[in-house]
Design a protein around this ligand. Structure first.
Ligand SMILES: Cc1cc2nc3c(=O)[nH]c(=O)nc-3n(C[C@H](O)[C@H](O)[C@H](O)COP(=O)(O)O)c2cc1C
Length: 204
């Protein structure tokens, strides 16, 4: 099949996000300008550069109360934290995606314990095995077809990385034990539990 975006595709559901899989889940913690903790999953998330290490997450559309909080908070405070979502944390991760107003602390909502960060103010998800403390770098505004919504990419510079020592084995991050959760299309997810190793041409 072929369809032009913006025109009917004839399928029961929009296939777009099913064609970009699996997507890592950036479980983003921030503080509002008033100091209220905020936590939400973003699957339009990725690492984008190594030196310096930088990450991005993209906000889409709107909540009932207006544009989403995470980017606004990162912009207002200059900081955010990426927490890794895992298989074990899937239900709590999902609970933090509830469309609640900025006054709601999603750590409390989902019953998640916090842990202070080293270099930034937003707290970390204690149960998550990997965290990256980020300094807000920039926002790239994108076209948005949803009235009252905001599509934008928020970019941060990673200034500190936490890895739970229990998940380090022979100096490597033990992904098979961590079991990161990843997003597919529709309401589907996958979990990283199969790993293959492949050298690049030239051995790099
Ligand atoms: C697994 C998962 C991935 C999500 N990815 C995104 C995303 O990439 N961009 C987005 O705008 N919303 C995404 N959402 C929805 C947001 O998490 C949800 O709108 C949340 O309430 C936003 O919170 P905030 O307003 O505190 O930032 C996702 C939800 C789930 C469950």
């Amino acid at each position: 099949m072929f369809y032009k975006t913006g025109e009917p595709h004839g399928l029961a559901h929009d296939p777009f996000s099913s064609c970009i899989v699996p997507r890592p889940i950036g479980w983003i913690s921030t503080l509002s300008a008033e100091g209220i903790p905020n936590l939400a999953p973003y699957s339009f998330f990725n690492g984008i550069t190594y030196a310096p290490p930088m990450v991005m997450f993209a906000t889409n559309g709107r909540q009932p109360h207006g544009a989403k909080d995470s980017v606004a908070n990162a912009e207002a405070t200059g900081e955010f934290v990426y927490n890794m979502a895992t298989w074990d944390l899937r239900e709590k991760m999902n609970a933090t995606s509830a469309p609640v107003p900025p006054e709601t602390d999603e750590f409390e909502l989902a019953g998640l314990e916090t842990e202070p960060s080293e270099l930034v103010k937003p707290p970390r998800v204690k149960a998550s095995p990997v965290h990256m403390e980020c300094a807000y770098h920039t926002t790239l505004e994108l076209p948005c077809d949803i009235e009252g919504g905001r599509n934008a990419i928020c970019v941060g510079r990673v200034i500190g990385v936490h890895i739970d020592d229990d998940y380090l084995k022979d100096g490597l991050v033990d992904i098979k034990r961590i079991r990161p959760l990843a997003r597919l299309g529709y309401q589907d997810y996958t979990v990283v539990d199969k790993i293959i190793t492949m050298m690049r041409p030239g051995g790099a």
